[in-house]
Design a protein around this ligand. Structure first.
Ligand SMILES: Nc1ncnc2c1ncn2[C@@H]1O[C@H](COP(=O)(O)OP(=O)(O)O)[C@@H](O)[C@H]1O
Ligand SMILES: [Mg+2]
Length: 249
């Protein structure tokens, strides 16, 4: 979906932000401060758009449509700011502790629900409860949010996103699978590189900066875990995170 690209008379923000991101990412402290300062006005914009759209009876269809464009672009900006904020925390410290992964999955599904409904994507969780791992709940929550929001974003025609998990004695495997557009296997091998975007995503004009997965990989590695991707063009994608059950040291 191209947000409003076909709308006559609407102002549209385009998706090629990579140059901007590269330039800005050069100065971590600046990025961290700027991102922080961007967040609250953006949240205010989004909150007020929500309120207007909830009570849109007196508005014309065109106005509602244009507000939808404003809303989606504000959400994109907020997502970019989140990626930059995380990226800028060079230390990206993790504080792992005994954590119930099923609770994190529930939270992540809750926060992705609105995005999923808008894209006609069904969210399914198949996770035993409780499922203990040695994880930083904040960071692994962010990793999950990244994978789930990607899974929805790259399913432009709807579909199903399934989060499943299983534990062995030493490892917990957390799998996010979608039935979306997928990508060529040679692209799947590169998705964890900074700024990399698969041809399928660029062809479909789905906006993004190519930062989320590189951050996600760093988070998993700081836990002594790992992340892998397998995908086929048109055949959906599967991301598998592996986390230790116990502290290594
Ligand atoms: N679930 C998915 N299905 C298909 N392609 C994906 C999926 N997740 C990630 N990708 C590809 O990997 C690239 C990198 O992802 P990411 O780092 O999250 O950046 P962004 O989503 O901002 O482009 C994406 O641009 C896309 O090409
Ligand atoms: Mg992403």
């Amino acid at each position: 979906m191209d947000d409003g690209g076909r709308l006559t008379g609407a102002v549209v923000v385009y998706s090629d932000v990579t140059g901007l991101v590269e330039a800005v990412a050069a100065n971590e402290e600046l990025v961290s401060n700027v991102s922080h300062e961007f967040r609250s006005p953006l949240n205010s914009i989004l909150g007020n758009i929500d309120l207007v759209l909830e009570d849109s009876d007196g508005l014309s269809a065109l106005t509602v449509q244009r507000l939808g464009v404003v809303q989606r672009n504000s959400e994109r900006l907020l997502a970019l700011v989140s990626d930059l904020t995380l990226e800028a925390s060079a230390a990206l410290k993790v504080h792992p502790k005994r954590t119930d992964i099923s609770g994190l999955v529930e939270t992540s599904i809750g926060s992705a629900q609105a995005q999923a409904e808008r894209s006609a994507v069904a969210l399914v969780a198949d996770v035993p409860s409780p499922l203990w791992a040695f994880a930083d709940p904040l960071r692994i929550g962010q990793a999950l949010d990244n994978l789930v929001s990607n899974a929805i974003k790259y399913s432009p025609d709807g579909g199903t996103v399934t989060i499943s998990a299983a534990g062995t004695e030493n490892w917990v495997k957390l799998v996010v699978r979608d039935t979306g557009m997928g990508m060529a296997p040679e692209d799947a091998a590169k998705v964890f590189s900074r700024f990399f975007r698969a041809e399928s995503a660029r062809d479909a004009a789905i906006p993004g900066a190519g930062l989320g997965l590189s951050i996600t990989k760093t988070i998993l590695e700081r836990h002594g875990g790992a992340i892998a991707c397998s995908s086929d063009l048109g055949g959906g994608s599967t991301f598998t995170m592996t986390l230790p059950v116990e502290s290594a040291g």
